[in-house]
Design a binder for this molecule. Structure first.
Ligand code: 5CA
Ligand code: ZN
Length: 416
């Protein structure tokens, strides 16, 4: 699929200050903050949207968080290969299309387009590959066939299931107990109670066509793929196995990423799916996780339509560390709007030498994407700039600050 337009190339801070420190990220599997070790090119897969409703601020937080990682790698001198999927065929999409009397394809097209516009407005660097499940059908079928050859797939009344016990590493990413897994599997799209399954946690990889639903002809029969195998196939086809980071919101740790990883690892024994697993915390609103199914949404597009500056939305999302769960409120947005105005004033006016501040921003982001520390460092420079005298304005300091805020944080400040 077509992705979206790149933000304009940021002025390079590297030419003035050299490479930023290597990026470290908290790896859910090991439970530690670890240095990423890309072999020159950094390879990342981030789980994308299921396009049945527009981008809410939880989605936006996830894609902005991983955009910080892309920017940090670039600042550290690494080319980045970024793949993101669109789950353009799945139960929730078909259900929404059905209940609202829309064509599922038209719904997916429309919401995907709105998502692109939101991402572009938020200055999110687009993925190199933006892959829909439908257009990736052959890859998905191919991976299921590999799993069949390994004896890891069985039939339940015409539907195909992946046997989780075929991966000895199953459970390592989430570190959950069997009981916790069962509960989450039931809550998040799984079918633990279906009769005929060998293990309640086994997940669907190919569903025979149901009446009134779309189906694709394949050697597996006419049907459609399960969700987890879709991401396993798309990620490894475009990135290879053992890519650097699998990312998404923390609602995907289990079952989604545990299943995708297991499917990939069983199909290619002796490999790992991803080298690390990183998660954005859940953004809530009105007391619970913002979600399309609950309907407690604040949409990025609605804020934009109300005239809110997208840069303020982005700054609002950066105010909390990506790993914490937090609640969206009006105050979060107004604080970000004030910050944007002050930062713009300061770079217009000029301020003291910015090299130490810039180093703190780059170090903070390299240290597990600590955006709050980066924002605080910029705030301190801005305070000095706005309270200082003309004589305290250093040559080129405002240029360097503005360049850093743009390259590392993705916010372009007005200079005139
Ligand atoms: N299509 C699947 C992933 S393959 C999916 O989860 N789609 S989604 O539209 O529900 O979510 C898109 C991305 O936003 C996922 O990475 C998801 O983990 C993340 N996300 C969803 N809700 C929130 C939230 N409330 N806070 C933070 N991130 C969220
Ligand atoms: Zn996914």
């Amino acid at each position: 699929m077509q992705s979206w337009a790149s933000p304009p190339a940021s002025p390079t801070v590297r030419s003035r200050l050299g490479d930023a420190p290597e990026l470290s990220l908290y790896d859910r599997r090991t439970g530690r903050v670890e240095k990423t070790q890309p072999a020159d090119e950094a390879r990342i897969y981030v789980c994308g949207i299921t396009p049945y409703d527009a981008t809410h601020l939880g989605h936006a937080a996830t894609f902005v968080a991983f955009d910080l990682a892309v920017r940090a790698w670039r600042e550290a001198g690494h080319p980045v290969r970024y793949v993101q999927n669109v789950t353009d065929i799945d139960d929730p999409l078909l259900e929404r299309a059905q209940t609202t009397g829309q064509d599922w394809q038209a719904l997916a097209r429309r919401e995907t387009q709105l998502f692109r516009e939101d991402m572009e407005a938020l200055s999110v660097i687009p993925p190199d590959v933006f892959a829909g499940a439908v257009e990736s059908m052959d890859l998905v079928v191919g991976l299921i066939q590999e799993l069949q050859q390994r004896g890891a797939v069985y039939d339940v009344d015409g539907d195909l299931y992946f046997s989780v016990s075929s991966d000895p590493a199953f459970g390592d990413i989430s570190g959950l107990s069997g009981e916790q897994m069962l509960a989450l599997f039931g809550e998040r799209g799984g079918d633990p109670d279906r009769p005929g399954k060998r293990d309640p946690l086994d997940c669907l990889v190919w569903q025979q066509q149901r009446e009134g639903e779309p189906g694709w002809d394949s050697p597996l029969g006419t049907g459609r793929p399960g969700w987890h195998v879709e991401c396993a196939a798309i990620a490894t086809h475009h990135l290879g196995v053992g890519f650097d980071v699998q990312g998404g919101g923390s609602d995907l740790v289990f079952p989604h990423h545990e299943m995708s990883a297991a499917e990939s690892q069983v199909a290619r024994p002796g490999t790992v799916f991803a080298r690390s697993y990183a998660y954005q915390g859940m953004v809530g609103y009105d007391g619970s996780k913002m979600s399309k199914s609950l309907g407690n949404l604040v949409l990025a597009s609605a804020l934009r339509a109300d005239g809110v500056d997208s840069r303020a939305i982005r700054l609002a999302l950066l105010q909390r560390h990506y790993r914490t769960d937090w609640e969206w409120t009006e105050d979060v947005l107004s604080a970000a709007q004030q910050r944007l105005a002050r930062w713009s004033d300061a770079v217009r006016r000029g301020g003291p030498d910015a090299r130490v501040t810039v180093a703190t921003v780059r170090q903070g982001l390299a240290d597990d994407l600590d955006a709050p520390t980066a924002l605080a460092a910029v705030d301190a420079w801005v305070d000095d700039a706005l309270s200082g005298t003309r004589a305290e304005v250093a040559d080129g300091a405002a240029d360097l600050m503005a360049a850093t805020v743009e390259a590392s944080l993705g916010v372009t400040l007005d200079r005139s």
